[in-house]
Design a protein around this ligand. Structure first.
Ligand code: ADP
Length: 448
């Protein structure tokens, strides 16, 4: 096993990774920006190194400095968390070629192959995994977009080849929208992902977002840990995630899990990953692979009892997965609520400030993943998610009740998304599990 691991991240995920290291007896190294001198992940680590000013581009995205620090600290592994450099294949490759340092993640080759969305679609098709109807090559002109619109029928989506998180995606509802959408998808792709290449997919009108958690070792075992349902979204950003999904019966569950396993095998993928699908009318369609640990990995941990970060570390160290697919059982129901420093009553505007109070709930079935405490300053420099509440219960109905209890005892000294989550727990559509990815955008207006 590794002796000392550097976490190239901040916030709750940095602490989450360090907690898995602690249980495995691995020492931890934090890196931090000027804005994070007193941050929770710095406190938690055995050692910490400043890597530059607050803007992420000058600190958490500075791969060269991070590798230098790993060398200086004598770290023998780097875990990237999610966001920042986690899906940057070039950084992964630099870590791979750094003497004596192991990258905790899939190989940079697998990351490159799956990071290019049309290539990922080709890989899935080769593994007999159904993909969202669309192109497997980039699209070069608005005229081509119009031809595809005629072929697939509107609406269609133009998506950035390097995209993700709903960024670089433009919906085209009729042929007159093709020119503007083509240009703006290219612009967003260039701005966010440094890649102006785009492709076209059929835009499904009312799907569920269902994703499969994968673990694959270097000895040929690729397992799935069941699915997560992330259909409750605001502007294509996940708000509440849960496992298992209300959209699958046992046949579909097995089919989607096996499709995900075939897909990652085809890509020679190792470590943890997520294969994302859209599900509509009892059919599933591959959307993309996230080649990293995800924010919502926690709900899969709660229903399978498997520590996914621990397995990431064991896999990276060359160990075999200690399970077969038959050992994986889904037990109970779990939900994750993203606690963001945002004001739902003001268009979800960020609410930076000092935490005059911070008092999270506890008790049976309640888990908090965070890296903050009372008195901390929530700066506006990074993601607004300050904590995750994860609730587990034997059934979905009881999970809703337990979540209501937990949320009503969660006191945070700045405005957060907690009141919004509480509203959702009283929402009939969410309670029955009938919500699809468009539900919130159709029911909650922008200035609610
Ligand atoms: P991620 O956020 O996981 O990186 P994407 O940016 O590809 O993934 O997609 C984000 C969300 O956008 C999806 O969960 C879904 O709500 C929506 N979406 C993406 N592609 C389509 C499509 N072809 N049809 C309908 N909705 C889509």
């Amino acid at each position: 096993m590794f002796e000392k691991l550097l976490v190239a991240n901040r916030g709750e995920i940095a602490v989450r990774v360090m907690s898995a290291c602690e249980e495995l007896g691995i020492e931890t190294v934090a890196v931090y920006s000027d804005a994070d001198r007193d941050a929770g992940h710095v406190d938690y680590a055995d050692e910490a190194y400043n890597i530059g000013p607050a803007p992420a581009s000058k600190s958490y995205l500075d791969g060269e400095t991070i590798i230098e620090v790993a060398n200086r600290a004598g770290a023998d592994a780097i875990h990237p968390g999610y966001g920042f450099l986690a899906e940057n294949a070039e950084f992964a490759s630099q870590v791979e070629s750094a003497e004596g340092i192991t990258w905790v993640g899939p190989s940079s080759d697998a990351m490159t192959a799956l990071g290019e969305k049309t290539n990922a679609r080709r890989i899935m098709q080769a593994a007999d995994v159904p993909v969202v109807p669309g192109t497997t090559e980039p699209v070069e002109s608005a005229a081509e977009v119009r031809e595809l619109g005629a072929e697939f029928g509107y609406p269609i989506a133009i998506k950035a080849e390097g995209g993700g998180g709903g960024r670089g995606m433009k919906i085209v509802r009729s042929e007159d929208e093709a020119d503007d959408a083509f240009e703006s998808a290219k612009r967003e792709g260039e701005a966010y992902f440094d890649n102006d290449s785009v492709y076209v997919e059929k835009y499904l009108e009312d799907p569920k977002h269902v994703e499969v958690q994968i673990l694959a070792d270097h000895h040929g075992t690729a397992l799935h840990l069941g699915e997560r349902d992330c259909s409750l979204q605001r502007r294509h950003q996940k708000v509440i995630e849960e496992a298992p999904s209300t959209a699958l019966d046992s046949g579909l569950r097995e089919a989607i899990g096996n499709a995900a396993r075939r897909g990652v095998r085809e890509a020679d993928y190792t470590n943890a990953g997520t294969v994302e699908f859209l599900v509509e009318d009892g059919e599933f369609y591959f959307m993309e692979v996230n080649t990293r640990i995800q924010v919502e990995h926690t709900v899969s941990e709660e229903v399978t009892g498997i520590d996914i970060v621990r397995e990431q570390l064991r896999i990276a160290a060359g160990k075999e997965l200690p399970y077969t697919q038959d050992d994986i059982e889904i037990d109970g129901h779990a939900m994750e609520f993203r606690i963001n420093a945002e004001n739902p009553a003001n268009g979800f505007a960020p609410t930076p400030g000092t935490l005059s109070t911070y008092d999270p709930p506890g008790g049976l079935g309640v888990r908090i993943d965070d890296a903050i405490e009372k008195g901390d300053v929530i700066a506006g420099d990074y993601d607004s998610m300050i904590a995750k509440l994860i609730v587990r219960a034997p059934t979905r109905a009881r999970c809703l009740e337990r979540s209501r209890r937990a949320l009503s005892h969660f006191d945070v000294g700045v405005e957060t998304t907690i009141p919004f989550h509480r509203l959702m727990l009283d929402d009939e559509t969410f309670r029955t599990g009938a919500h699809t990815t468009n539900y919130l955008d159709e029911t909650v207006s922008d200035d609610d």
